[in-house]
Design a protein around this ligand. Structure first.
Ligand code: UDP
Ligand code: MG
Length: 326
């Protein structure tokens, strides 16, 4: 008789939630349905909610879910560590089987689970949802997101699929590989790609948030973009070098011209404007280059501290399973 390995029989939905008290009650029934769909396919299905240090009623609501459904596991972090760390914490607790990651705000439809599982069954390790449309998000967010994916795509050496967030299913081996990457500056979209294995995209419509507000304002997104670029590319450093070389060449040419001019026609004291503009320009270029080096140095500093990625305040495995298993 053909026996399915235990790793291929389990699936855990991992959801990071930060102040999602308004959105969660609408999400849980959809999750419960998705779990039932997975069970119908012969999977042992669980959901793991990670409360990323929420300050509203999120944790109480989650505890209510767990009391009503033995398939619900809960993890609460000691404070708000950010989505990337919260997801890492969740994935760390998935000891068996695949993980299916989605947002707590209903923007990633759990109804698509069977499609993702089907691709996993076909042998894919990283099945990611690619947005064909983003509803409920302004043109500015869409345009900057669009630009960002193209920029990072051209800068990074490892592929970062376009218009793809964290909505994805990871096979057990992709998950095991991802867990070995313990860097502190975690640009998850890049890490997923870096791990490799068989990847496939599933196009989907990104719906509007069911309730509550986005946790990422423009400043947060700008920092996120910087994080992504500096974690996955040293191209800006090289660019600084090229700008430096180009400036030096121009300065050399201009210097030669001044010397020649002085030799031919003498040196009446003039040229304050040129001197000022050259000094200002060079100063600016130097400061930019220094700042860039600082960005990378700062990240190196953070990594060198080797701090844990998160701390756990509370952990409740799903009651449907034994021995601390999700
Ligand atoms: N999130 C989190 N920790 C944070 C910020 C956000 O766990 O510090 C979660 C949030 O609860 C949601 C997901 O990350 O499940 C995506 O957040 P959001 O919907 O605000 O981002 P957007 O969809 O607007 O990019
Ligand atoms: Mg959202």
């Amino acid at each position: 008789m053909h026996r399915i390995a235990p790793d291929d029989r389990c699936l855990t939905i991992v959801i990071a939630a930060f102040n999602e008290a308004e959105a969660l009650p609408a999400l849980q029934p959809r999750i419960a349905k998705a779990l039932s769909l997975a069970e119908a396919e012969g999977l042992e299905a669980r959901v793991l909610y990670v409360d990323d240090g929420s300050r509203d009623a999120t944790w109480d609501i989650l505890r209510g879910f767990a009391a009503n459904d033995p398939r619900v596991a809960l993890l609460r972090l000691s404070r708000n560590f950010g989505k990337e760390a919260a997801l890492t914490a969740g994935l760390d607790r998935v000891e068996r089987g695949a993980a299916f990651i989605l947002d707590a705000d209903g923007q990633d439809p759990p109804e698509l689970l069977p499609q993702f599982v089907e691709k996993w069954r076909e042998g894919f390790d990283d099945v990611h949802g690619t947005r064909v449309e983003r509803e409920g998000e302004g043109w500015l967010k869409r345009a900057t997101a669009h630009g960002f994916y193209r920029l990072i795509g051209s800068l990074s050496k490892t592929p970062v699929p376009r218009d793809t967030g964290d909505f994805r299913l990871l096979s057990p081996r992709a998950l095991a590989a991802l867990r070995q990457l313990r860097e502190r500056h975690r640009f998850m979209k890049g890490l997923f790609g870096w791990v490799g294995f068989n990847q496939v995209a599933i196009p989907y419509q990104r719906e509007a948030r069911v309730a509550g507000r986005s946790k990422f304002n423009f400043w947060a997104l700008w920092n996120f973009a910087l994080e992504g670029i500096t974690s996955f590319s040293t191209a800006p450093l090289r660019m600084a070098t090229y700008i430096g070389i180009a400036t030096a060449l121009v300065a050399f040419g201009y210097g030669s011209w001044i010397i020649l001019k002085a030799l031919l026609w003498g040196d009446p004291v003039a040229g304050w404007p040129t001197m000022m503009s050259v000094i200002l320009f060079l100063g600016g270029v130097q400061l930019v280059a220094l700042g860039l080096i600082g960005e990378y140095l700062g990240r190196l500093y953070e990594e060198s501290k080797q701090r844990p990625l998160y701390f756990v305040d509370s952990w409740r495995p799903a009651s449907g399973v034994s021995s601390g298993q999700v």
